[in-house]
Design a binder for this molecule. Structure first.
Ligand SMILES: Nc1ncnc2c1ncn2[C@@H]1O[C@H](COP(=O)(O)OP(=O)(O)OP(=O)(O)O)[C@@H](O)[C@H]1O
Ligand SMILES: [Mg+2]
Length: 373
């Protein structure tokens, strides 16, 4: 896993209204300010594309400037000047280069620039389907447990095979038993990785929430494996075989796993106010970054879009205080030049590198901090 994780340069071509933007002098904390529609979120989208080869908002097609057939983002990572390049076409093609050499899988790219998004859609983590929370959990496990991805792939292959067999008109019972065993093994290991990550994450999260929202007592995270926790996965699969055959798919397993967020025993998504929900989401995402750093896996890069929405000044300041206290690189947007300065810790104002975004061009503000990372 790479220890390079700070972006120092960016070249963005044809990402929404950013036709050709070259960004130098990127610092640890970078603020992009400008009017509605100027291109601030698009800058974050470009960085997300560089880290994950996909958009965080919509389809790739909507990310490419209208009338163009592809978009490209290049970036240089410090301290070793590793270069990353991602190109995506409107019809789905992906080209990824690391240090000038093409790579085949997004998984190889993702290790270099682990990005975390905090934006208006982040509520989905609480209010959306368990899929969003599994993705959240797996992001964290992937970045701290290098054996996770192989098991994840093995499990995906296994469940696809098993589901295919379950849909056969004439059930090949023996073959089904083989795939059930295979699935039971990979599923058990996969879930074990998730669970041990979850157990490390939870105290981090609780500690962060005590700072972000001390009045929110009784917050609790619960990990759900996706099958009856009293049973081995093999047993749970065997117990559900009849239903699985009837309905043509595997009902139990890590594909049904979830992280439940509760407050005083109630589902947080149904109970908390919008602002409180946003704080919990920030807490979840900050906890992952802290844990990564603590486990010696480097820092993640935070892409924070429109932080003040739903948060009052005091809570925006608390989130910024935590971001400022981490080593992670931060890219943050706001409308007015002083929106973030107003909530960033007084003693750390000099670390804010300011960029003005206007009609798809990005200009660094003179007088920002002078040292490069
Ligand atoms: N595929 C596209 N091609 C060209 N322009 C696009 C495309 N998709 C979006 N745009 C335009 O890009 C501009 C920048 O959008 P962006 O979401 O980055 O703005 P923003 O600065 O974040 O605004 P806000 O403050 O409202 O969030 C908008 O004017 C939008 O209409
Ligand atoms: Mg925006």
């Amino acid at each position: 896993m790479s220890s390079d994780s700070s972006l120092s340069r960016l070249q963005i071509n044809h990402v929404r209204n950013l036709l050709g933007v070259r960004l130098e002098g990127i610092q640890r904390v970078n603020v992009f300010f400008g009017q509605n529609g100027s291109g601030k979120t698009s800058v974050l989208e470009a960085i997300h594309l560089l880290g994950m080869a996909r958009s965080f908002r919509g389809s790739i097609k909507s990310l490419v400037t209208h009338g163009q057939d592809h978009c490209t983002v290049f970036g240089a990572l410090e301290p070793r000047s590793t270069t990353l390049g991602v190109q995506r076409g409107v019809t789905g093609e992906v080209k990824i280069k690391i240090a000038g050499s093409p790579v085949r899988t997004v998984a190889e790219l993702v290790e270099y620039l682990p990005v975390q998004v905090i934006n208006a859609d982040s509520f989905n983590l609480l209010t959306g389907s368990p899929g969003a929370r599994r993705q959240y959990l797996d992001w964290g496990v992937f970045h701290v447990e290098h054996r996770f991805f192989d098991q994840w792939q093995r499990f995906q292959r296994g469940i696809k095979q098993r589901n295919k067999l379950l849909r056969r008109v004439k059930m090949p019972t023996e073959e089904l038993a083989v795939w059930t065993r295979e699935l039971a093994q990979s599923g058990e290991v996969l879930s074990g990785y998730r669970e041990s990550y979850f157990n490390r994450l939870t105290p981090r999260f609780i500690e962060i929430m005590a700072q972000l929202a001390p009045s929110l007592t009784g917050l609790e995270l619960r990990y759900r494996k996706g099958w009856d926790k009293q049973l081995e996965y093999q047993q749970a699969l065997e117990n559900s075989t009849i239903t699985d055959i009837e309905q043509g798919y595997t009902h139990v397993g890590p594909q049904r796993g979830d992280v439940r967020v509760l407050t005083e025993g109630h589902v947080a998504a149904d109970t908390l106010s919008r602002g409180q929900q946003k704080l919990v989401v920030c807490g979840l995402k900050l906890a992952q970054g802290q844990l990564m750093a603590e486990m010696g896996r480097g820092n993640c890069t935070y892409l924070v879009d429109d932080l003040p929405s739903e948060l009052d000044l005091q809570h925006s300041s608390l989130v910024c205080g935590l971001l400022a206290g981490m080593n992670a690189q931060v890219f943050i947007t706001c409308v007015h030049q002083n929106d973030i300065q107003a909530v960033w810790p007084e003693e750390k104002q000099q670390e804010l590198a300011m960029f003005h975004v206007e009609h798809g061009s990005v200009t660094p503000l003179a007088g920002g901090s002078s040292h490069l990372i």
